[in-house]
Write a protein that binds this ligand. Sequence first.
Ligand code: PRP
Ligand code: URA
Length: 209
Amino acid sequence: MSKVYEMSHPLIQHKLSILRDKNTGAKEFREVAKEISMLMAYEVTRDLPLEEVEIETPVCKAMTKVIAGRKLGIVPILRAGLGMVDGFLSLLPAAKVGHVGLYRDPETLEPVEYYCKLPTDVTERELIIVDPMLATGGSAIATIDLIKRKGVTQIKLACLIGCPEGVKAVQEAHPDVDIYIASIDEKLNDHAYIVPGLGDAGDRLYGTK
Ligand code: PRP
Ligand code: URA
């Protein structure tokens, strides 16, 4: 079974409260979503392998550690996932970015795919899927299905807010994908919105409602 890392760091929790507040406007929402994503990138990359290299400090030669060249990719689920990309890229500037377009059909709540563009060397990369919301889990599961069909084997999922239902669904469908999440909230409501959540992440980011 995959691991679930809930990030209790005070900075993340404080900034999440700003996102949850319905009075936070789109400009501030985007800025804070980026800041939280940057903090999450620090945790998501905690297991990157290191190797020793010899360098020369102003004092002497020394063996020191650098990241052992693992190739990374960031895959936002459009549209709301875009709000997490810049935060991740600011810590991982060499990562490539692939895009998967899905929206949740408001009637069936099933994810509908409309776009997919991944780096050409995607099978050589560890991919971090980013999406602020993990509600039913349908969008994340469909994205992981799609990426696995392209031959990718190393996948992580990073979300700002989830709920027990979504976490369970992803774990059952993809037990090899670890989940990094800033908060696992109480539940889903009858419209499959996360409670208390932050509302519709895409609309909050882009001011479309
Ligand atoms: C939101 C969110 C996730 C999805 C989560 O996207 O960004 O992708 O819902 O719900 P699920 O876990 O039940 O699939 P939405 O479908 O609203 O599209 P948008 O990002 O284009 O607004
Ligand atoms: N998508 C969102 O943007 N918010 C939710 O609470 C659930 C799905």
